[in-house]
Design a binder for this molecule. Structure first.
Ligand SMILES: Cc1cc2nc3c(=O)[nH]c(=O)nc-3n(C[C@H](O)[C@H](O)[C@H](O)COP(=O)(O)O)c2cc1C
Length: 215
């Protein structure tokens, strides 16, 4: 099974990150996870998950939180790395990771990655994905967007990244926040080539002709 890098930064949207980690693990994939200090604060604020002080405590807390949701069987492993550990495996193109997701991606991290500023492990690993021409999925969250944000997204797209904003749709009539989270996470997994049935697929989950547009 593959190893994916997952960067969690201080944009709003920590539930997307937890759900993604759970889905990767339950599909049998391993994750090398890096959480920025701002990402950790937002994670705590949005999910109530307090990671602890040391890297080991944080990794254990994250693993426990995911097992509660997803169970243990056939799971991929999760390893957490310090954001300043620039000697971690995903810092090098020679480490055979299959791709990376930054979710949520703050506009700060977006700008630094778009400009090749590898000031921490998340930014360095993203830079590696681009230079190695591997899959990099960036999930920005901000509204409204400034011209600077838009330019940075365009630069990243042109460099080969997928820009997948946290913009859930409503045509599948989500009933819960979890439904909306799953739609975004399912789209991320699609970009990584990880099979999933997390969300409603137009034309597959509806019989043809179920929906009639007004003439
Ligand atoms: C509760 C909270 C929510 C935030 N939401 C966003 C957001 O949606 N998008 C964003 O770009 N920054 C957001 N920020 C600001 C970032 O966390 C901040 O710019 C930080 O420096 C990003 O650092 P990082 O990219 O290293 O994680 C938020 C901060 C807090 C405390």
């Amino acid at each position: 099974m593959a190893v994916f890098a997952v960067g969690i930064t201080g944009g709003s949207g920590a539930p997307y990150a937890l759900r993604l980690l759970g889905a990767l693990a339950s599909s049998g994939h391993d994750a090398h996870v890096v959480i920025s200090p701002a990402g950790e604060k937002v994670l705590q604020l949005e999910t109530g998950l307090r990671l602890g002080r040391t890297l080991r405590e944080k990794e254990d807390a994250l693993t426990r939180a995911l097992e509660l949701v997803e169970g243990r069987e056939g799971r991929g492993t999760l390893r957490l790395f310090d954001p300043m550990n620039l000697a971690a495996p995903i810092s090098s193109g020679s480490f055979p990771s299959a791709g990376m997701v930054i979710v949520p991606c703050s506009t700060g991290t977006l700008g630094r990655v778009a400009n090749g500023i590898s000031s921490n492990l998340i930014e360095r690993a993203a830079d590696v994905m681009l230079k190695e021409r591997r899959r990099l999925v960036v999930v920005p969250r901000e509204t409204p967007l400034s011209e600077i944000h838009l330019r940075n997204m365009l630069a990243l797209r042109q460099a080969g990244a997928d820009i997948l904003p946290a913009m859930p749709a409503f045509y599948h009539r989500p009933r819960t926040i979890a439904d909306m989270v799953d739609m975004i996470v399912g789209r991320i997994l699609d970009r990584l080539g990880v099979e999933n049935s997390l969300f409603y697929r137009w034309g597959k989950d509806t019989a043809a002709g179920d929906v009639q547009m007004e003439e």
